[in-house]
Design a protein around this ligand. Structure first.
Ligand code: NAD
Ligand code: DAU
Length: 353
């Protein structure tokens, strides 16, 4: 079996659901269930004996040791993290704790467990660390996209904490020989994304008739990838990646924020037209995010060359699926938009409402 951390969050849950749909191998899903983790996301797996959910904190070494000894996974896929840049600006402590200390604790537990494995299992074991393109910092318009050789230059508390975790993973491979794989992915979107992130935030606020808060001049660029493509890349890297290597994952899909928001409005105008006017009328320009990275772009050629992976969705097809999913799942949005979420929105967007 495999052990997944953070499998009640956006990407982790998509990964677990996709894995159990396609592979006959059980998953131990370890998640603390922070505000971003939701069991409702995993409802389709109720009664599936191949899915073992354990509510636990990756910072809890004793529990990580017990879980590894009990379930004997052949791989750990480490998704768990504090993941929202704006929250890291308001309160970086949780990011240092989970992303740095949590990864450290998990690496130590994995190293101890791995050292007890027989030789054959030792060489096939993998610790796959899910990281982000944000560790490479910000690009200007004419700069070449991030490659695996790009220098680290994290700018936010979130990306600095992820960069730190990457360094730990690298060191655990080089010093102790732990067979690690590290992935750097660009911005994901798709079903089950918590509505604090740009795409679901804009869809849910548009439908609620709220202002659509675009930071700064709206010209910051992100490289968007459908979450199902991120998950298929991780599966491919787990099976074909070389220990100690890092792999960039991207959609070859650079879009400005304002283009994303306008495209979402166009899709909603078509699928759920308002009585009068367009959803674009709700666009509201708000002050910029402090330290806002201008542009991310991923060179994913290594992944294509060495692993044979390319994304299946275009931005148009992926975004249309995503908008339709949110239209079809108002109940899920209602469930996750808890008191904590409402408090976050009220505090963070207070000045723009
Ligand atoms: P998310 O915030 O939606 O989910 C994170 C999950 O981790 C939640 O279920 C949460 O309960 C769990 N968690 C948090 N702290 C924990 C702890 N201490 N112990 C156990 N579980 C804990 O995040 P996401 O968007 O699904 O991102 C998953 C991973 O992918 C993260 O490592 C993130 O850095 C990385 N990533 C995300 C994106 C993106 O666009 N969302 C892109 C590239 C990389
Ligand atoms: O690049 C990968 C990263 O993408 C992941 O590592 C992070 O976990 C993930 O959250 C995401 O980070 P971003 O900061 O790029 O995503 P976010 O959805 O928060 O913002 C996307 C862009 O939209 C960014 O330029 C800021 C802008 N934005 C965001 C929000 C929430 C707005 O203009 N208004 C908003 O209200």
């Amino acid at each position: 079996m495999i052990l997944v951390t953070g499998g009640a969050g956006f990407i982790g849950a998509n990964f677990v659901i996709g894995w159990l749909d396609g592979v006959d191998e059980a998953v131990v899903n370890v998640d603390k269930l922070t505000y971003a983790g939701n069991l409702g996301t995993l409802r389709s797996l109720h009664g599936d004996l191949s899915h073992i959910f354990v509510r636990a904190d990756i910072c809890d070494r004793e529990t990580m040791d017990v879980l590894l000894a009990e379930y004997q996974p052949r791989a750990i896929l480490h998704f768990a993290a504090e993941s929202h840049v704006d929250r890291s600006i308001h309160g970086p402590a949780d990011f240092v704790q989970t992303n740095m200390m949590g990864t450290f604790t998990l690496l130590e537990a994995a190293r101890h467990y791995w050292s007890t494995l027989p030789d054959g299992e030792k060489s096939t074991f993998r610790f796959l660390h899910v990281s982000t393109d944000e560790v490479f910092g910000s690009l200007d318009a004419g700069d070449t996209p991030f490659s695996e050789r790009s220098l680290y230059a994290p700018n936010s508390p979130y990306s600095a904490s992820k960069a730190s975790s990457d360094h730990l993973v690298r060191a655990w491979h080089h010093t102790y020989g732990l067979p690690t794989l590290t992935t750097h992915c660009s911005n994901n979107y798709g079903p089950f994304q918590f509505p604090e992130k740009l795409v679901p935030l804009m869809i849910t606020r548009a439908l609620a008739g709220d202002p659509l808060p675009v930071y700064g001049d709206g010209k910051n660029v992100r490289d968007w990838l459908y979450v199902g493509d991120h998950c298929s890349a991780i599966r491919a890297i787990l099976s074909k990646g070389h220990p100690g290597e890092t792999y960039n994952i991207g959609g070859w899909n650079e879009v400005t924020n304002i283009e994303v928001v306008r495209t979402l409005c166009d899709l909603l105008d078509e699928l759920r037209p308002k009585r009068t006017g367009s959803y674009k009328d709700q666009i509201a320009w708000v002050p910029d995010r402090p330290g806002h990275d201008r542009r991310y772009a991923i060179d994913a050629r290594k992944l294509e060359r060495e692993i044979g992976w390319r994304p299946a969705e275009t931005f148009a097809s992926g975004l249309a699926k995503t908008v339709q999913w949110y239209l079809d799942h108002p109940h899920w949005v209602g469930e996750v938009a808890s008191g904590d979420y409402r408090k976050w929105v009220e505090t963070h967007y207070a000045k723009s409402a």
